[in-house]
Design a protein around this ligand. Structure first.
Ligand code: G4P
Length: 190
């Protein structure tokens, strides 16, 4: 996606050889043109998969999820990181370990919103080691729903999560793949 590549090349900052800052257009301030284009691109890549629900995790996944859900004309469901008291026992639960934050969080979705007849497209802003995606795919499994694929805005290919998940047979579409961020330079895959 050319618009996204240009935005990354001109507006991102390399924080370390592992972390890219994109908070001027994706995960703090959001550029609506870029985000709408991202949603349309995922919708077009997964057209024909008869997706019934888009699934993500709060917080940064919500904007990506919303524009994708709008383009596919299906609901967006986002996993919550704190259990709402209204959920009682009627939820699916899994756990995400964040290497970036060195902490583990439980994520929840209400059983009533994820059903065995659902065809689910998971989306998220970053794919690093794949921990968040593993947690989300667990929720889909618990509901016995079908995972049609995963859409990622920025995949940091050098952190291995994408390869590990693809090796399990999951279809992953990344809009931009970063090969490395060594010596303060950004190397995109294509
Ligand atoms: P993983 O899920 O792929 O294993 O990644 P990791 O544990 O490293 O990521 C944890 C959090 O950090 C996620 O957000 C993820 O989106 C974000 N993240 C990972 N790599 C980068 C990066 O290079 N740049 C930025 N800006 N973020 C990165 P989160 O904990 O769910 O936080 P949020 O969605 O509430 O912002």
């Amino acid at each position: 996606m050319q618009l996204l590549k240009e935005k990354i090349l001109t507006n991102s900052q390399i924080v370390s050889d592992q972390i890219l800052r994109v908070d001027s257009f994706i995960n703090h301030m959001i550029d609506p043109d870029v985000m709408m284009e991202i949603g349309r691109e995922f919708a077009s890549r997964f057209a024909g998969c008869t997706v019934t629900k888009v699934l993500t995790v709060e917080a940064s996944g919500i904007a990506v999820g919303l524009t994708t859900a709008m383009a596919l004309n299906v609901p967006l469901l986002f996993a919550k990181k704190k259990m709402p008291s209204t959920l009682l026992h009627h939820y699916y639960l899994s756990n995400i370990y964040s290497f970036t934050k060195n902490e583990s969080v439980d994520i929840y979705v209400a059983k009533q919103y994820l059903k065995s007849h659902d065809k689910v497209l998971i989306v998220d802003d970053f794919l690093a080691r794949g921990e968040a995606l593993k947690g989300l795919t667990q929720l889909v499994k618990q509901a016995e729903a079908e995972l049609v694929g995963i859409g990622i805005v920025i995949e940091k290919a050098f952190q291995g999560g994408g390869k590990a998940l693809r090796d399990t047979g999951v279809r992953i579409e990344s809009l931009v793949k970063i090969q490395s961020m060594e010596d303060g330079k950004l190397y995109l895959a294509d």
